[in-house]
Write a protein that binds this ligand. Structure first.
Ligand code: S3P
Length: 431
């Protein structure tokens, strides 16, 4: 086996208690805002994923100072709102969040910035940020709708913008431009997407107002440094929660997990699917909810569930693993309104379908989702991760209940969001 392959043996059970590394979405935002703010911020439990390292590296190129302390904490000394012109392109790696959110931050700066990414990021749609930023007065050059992307920044005018596709990255992009723009910038969304940016902007001292369907920021405002512990990543937790749901008799406790209501739909879906989920010790830190989650699976196993509409958008990152465990349930899963999955780090609908079929599962593909019947027996297979972290991890979970060994090809992709994943899976899996 090559160093990019990982063997996953079937397991009997999932058992244990863990604290997970910091949430990727929150780490991006804390890192970016701290780098832009005045003063020195300090974060513990910052995401260990390569994506958040891309954000920090780009912000360093723009003048921020980032230090990793001996105790694992991260210290970021910000630029007080004035970026320096970087001497080379800003490399966003695999990270759509970095590219889309940073474009908004840079659009209000009187310089020119080129943002590049890896092959996957260079295929992802960027038109969705060009439109609002150009309405505000910036100029964004794209290469056939994709990166490489050049931001020609300057003084902007506020806008009132309705986001056509639910996207927290696009919302954040506009808010970060609005933060520096005189007047009121409003973003409207039909489906409420994750609100970490709104909460983080407030934590760094900005005023942000909200209604059920809109967020408004009045610029210009300055940001001040904070000290924070990043809550555990619920999207990383999803893989272990799904794994625990597969085995009657398993028991898993995840402590200090981020439970922001715009991210926690997974817990309701798993409950509806048949898992027994308990939330304990809820606390609020910088307006983010944090708590302990306990999950176990009933003797009869999972039932059936259907995901569509707003929930599909809110659960978008967790859909691959939910689909990957569905064959082992009694009634399967129906997923619709999830077309955005096709423009993530990979075409996640196509890859989930391909890999489920490789394991012997029956599955029907739709443009915006899939049907995975329950009551199936899967065998081990060689899985094509498509260099997508969530596909690699989702199929490592599916492999736990297969009748034979599985090889995850491109398993190194897990390090994009969760470098510790395979070691922790080994620690939790009883064989
Ligand atoms: C993210 C938003 C989502 C999600 C991504 C992280 C964020 O993307 O899929 O993994 O941190 O804002 P979209 O904003 O494109 O929906």
């Amino acid at each position: 086996m090559s160093s990019q392959q990982r063997l996953i043996r079937p397991a009997k059970n999932i058992y244990g208690s863990l604290r997970l590394p910091g949430d990727k979405s929150i780490s991006h935002r804390y890192g970016m805002l701290a780098a832009f703010a005045a003063g020195t911020s300090r974060f513990t439990n910052f995401s260990t994923g390569a994506d958040c390292a891309s954000t920090l590296a780009c912000m360093s190129q723009l003048g921020a100072q980032v230090k990793k302390l001996d105790d694992g904490a991260i210290e970021v000394t910000g630029i007080g709102g004035q970026v320096s012109q970087p001497s080379s392109p800003l490399d966003c790696g695999n990270s759509g969040s970095t590219m889309r959110m940073m474009s908004g931050l840079l659009a209000a700066q009187p310089c020119e910035f080129t943002l590049i990414g890896d092959a996957s990021l260079s295929r992802r749609p960027m038109e969705r940020i060009r439109k609002p930023l150009e309405q505000m007065g910036a100029r964004i050059s794209l290469t056939e709708g994709h990166a490489p992307l050049t931001v020609h920044g300057g003084t902007l005018s506020p806008i009132d913008y309705t986001v056509p596709v639910p996207s927290a990255q696009v919302k954040t992009c506009i808010l970060l431009a609005g933060l520096q723009t005189p007047g009121e910038t409003t973003v409207r969304e039909a489906i409420r997407t994750r609100d970490h940016s709104e909460l983080a902007l407030r934590a760094f001292g900005a005023e942000v107002s909200r209604t059920a369907g809109s967020v408004t920021i009045r610029g210009p405002q300055t940001l001040s440094a904070i000290t924070a512990r990043v809550p555990g990543d619920i999207s990383s937790a999803a893989f272990f929660l799904a794994a625990a749901s597969l085995f009657p008799g398993s028991s898993l406790v995840l402590d200090s997990l981020g439970l922001n209501p715009t991210r926690a739909a997974l817990l309701d879906v798993l409950t509806h699917f048949g898992a027994q989920v308990k939330v304990l010790n809820l606390e609020e830190k910088h307006s983010e909810l944090v708590g302990m989650v306990q999950i176990s699976s009933p003797a009869q196993g999972l039932g059936s569930t259907s995901i569509s509409g707003a929930v599909a958008a809110q659960l978008i990152d967790e859909l691959p693993v939910l689909a990957a465990i569905a064959p082992y349930s009694s009634g399967g899963i129906r997923i619709r309104d999830a077309k955005e999955l096709r423009v993530k780090e990979s075409d996640r609908i196509a890859l989930v379908v391909k890999n489920l079929r490789a394991m012997g599962a029956e599955v029907t593909e739709y443009e915006d989702g899939m049907d995975v019947p329950g009551g199936q027996t899967l065998h081990g297979a060689t899985i094509d991760s498509g260099h997508d972290h969530r596909i690699a991890m989702a199929f490592a979970v599916a492999a736990l209940r297969a009748t034979s060994d599985t090889i995850i090809d491109g398993s190194e992709a897990a390090a994009i969001s969760f470098p510790e994943f395979f070691d922790l899976l080994d620690f939790l899996a009883e064989r």
